[in-house]
Design a protein around this ligand. Structure first.
Ligand code: ATP
Ligand code: MG
Length: 422
């Protein structure tokens, strides 16, 4: 008996026709990011486990519960990347980018892996597009990356995504705030789950990022970091919000926004889409400033800011447009007999070399079944070739969409006509 295989739980096949939405999202991203001067990098899908533990942070859900970690055959601990910033930072340092240029602007796209409880918009292999800008400490950099995402979302026609911003302060003011938060939650210990108690002992600020419903009322009354920001962080944040307004980028302040990773300093932001197709997974992306990460990983002190967008969730938001995004061949060639089939193959080859998208059924078969394939292919036109057409070297272009006119065409003129020049 043969074994039935299925994809690993939480990991999806992306197939046509749905893939068209993904390609649209990626194409639009590449086009938009190039306008901003971000350049693509591709890093390995695995890294040393220690890189993620050190950068993402020990107290986070990602490191604590969600990483795919294993020993390779050489006994090294390896982890499937759960996010992209750590890998990019590692590459930035490894390639001594700071010696090559004062400012480095990268983006990456690819699969990430987290062992999470699955639901709509939450998978174990998912895809992110991320941007990292290194070397600029000024608020204008935070603003430019946020504005860049809004631009991309606008190009995608996603107008209902909200930008939320907050400041987490930095190493000078955060410890005192963390102590106040700890004190606050300690005073309400009896309302905390065992999980929450553990977070409280490891990293109290993480409690703001908890997905436990029961914690929400407590979080709502907790102290707000903004009140404890020192002057430098406060000025930075004030300037960020001023510049967002100056550019007309709509945003909301969310004083409870902390994000799920430890490396952020000062600005953090998130993109929220309140669309029911996302279920509870309403954050389509997020990011922030991380001025200490590069130095903590052994590089020179380098300010940086970036974001990561979840492509699975963007694809869910755009699924309704899948139809309009499907590829349409210019022509589907149909043969009546074996001699015509040779001509179909020859003609298809020639037209394809002239830049046209042309399909035919390699099985030949009945005209009826070929026409069915033509219809399924979504081609603009079909052209049936038989003895008469070969003899006269002309045929009838049959429109497969009502709004196109039918017309007779010399075979030698086909390319010109299909290109709309004849
Ligand atoms: P969430 O709060 O939804 O768990 P997160 O804070 O863990 O998100 P980040 O690590 O900041 O998310 O990743 C950025 C984006 O990547 C998220 O906003 C989301 O769109 C996407 N993402 C994160 N985890 C998953 C997942 N398991 N499946 C699908 N998309 C994901
Ligand atoms: Mg998460």
């Amino acid at each position: 008996m043969s074994q039935k295989y299925a994809a690993v739980k939480g990991m999806n096949d992306l197939l046509p026709p749905d893939i068209a939405v993904w390609q649209h999202v990626e194409r639009t991203a590449r086009k938009t990011l190039l306008r901003y001067g971000f350049h693509e990098i591709r890093t390995p899908i695995v890294e040393d486990t220690a890189l993620f533990v050190r950068s993402v942070g020990e107290g986070t859900d990602i490191v604590g519960k969600e990483m795919y970690t294993f020993d390779d055959k050489g006994g090294r601990s390896i982890t499937l990347r759960p996010e992209g910033t750590a890998s990019a930072a590692r590459a930035y340092i490894e390639h001594a980018m700071h010696q090559k240029e004062a400012v480095t602007r990268w983006f990456y796209m690819g699969p990430m892996f987290r062992y999470e409880r699955m639901k709509t918009g939450r998978y174990r292999q998912f895809y992110q597009l991320g941007v990292e800008a290194y070397g600029v400490a000024e608020p204008a950099q935070d603003v430019e990356v946020m504005e860049c995402v809004m631009h991309w979302l606008q190009e995608l026609g996603l107008k209902d995504v909200k930008l939320q911003v907050n400041s987490l302060g930095d190493e000078t003011c955060r410890p005192a705030f963390a102590a106040r938060v700890k004190e606050y939650f300690e005073a309400h210990r009896e309302q905390l789950s065992p999980d929450a108690l553990e977070t409280l002992s490891k990293n109290p600020l993480r409690l703001f990022d908890s997905k436990e419903e029961a914690l929400k009322p407590l979080i709502a009354k907790a102290p707000i970091l903004f009140d404890s920001l020192d002057d430098a962080s406060r000025n930075h944040f004030t300037e960020v919000t001023r510049q967002l307004s100056m550019l007309g980028v709509p945003y909301e302040l969310n004083p409870r926004l902390v994000r799920g990773l430890d490396y952020y300093t000062r600005t953090v932001f998130e993109f929220i889409a309140a669309d029911p197709v996302l279920g509870t997974a309403s954050a389509v992306g997020g990011g922030g400033r991380y001025d200490n990460l590069i130095s903590e990983l052994g590089g020179p002190k380098t300010p940086a800011v970036g974001f990561a967008m979840g492509l699975d969730r963007l694809a869910l938001l755009l699924n309704g447009r899948s139809d309009a995004l499907q590829h349409r061949p210019d022509l589907f060639l149909v043969s009546v007999d074996a001699a015509a089939h040779d001509e179909v193959m020859r003609l298809a080859r020639s037209l394809r070399h002239q830049g046209l998208a042309v399909e035919f059924d390699a099985r030949a078969g009945s005209v009826k079944s070929q026409m069915k394939r033509a219809d399924k292919s979504r081609a603009m036109y079909a052209l049936v070739l038989g003895e008469k057409e070969l003899a006269e070297q002309k045929g009838n272009l049959k429109p497969m969409r009502e709004e196109l006119p039918a017309r007779e065409v010399q075979l030698e003129d086909l390319a010109r006509v299909l290109k709309g020049l004849g």
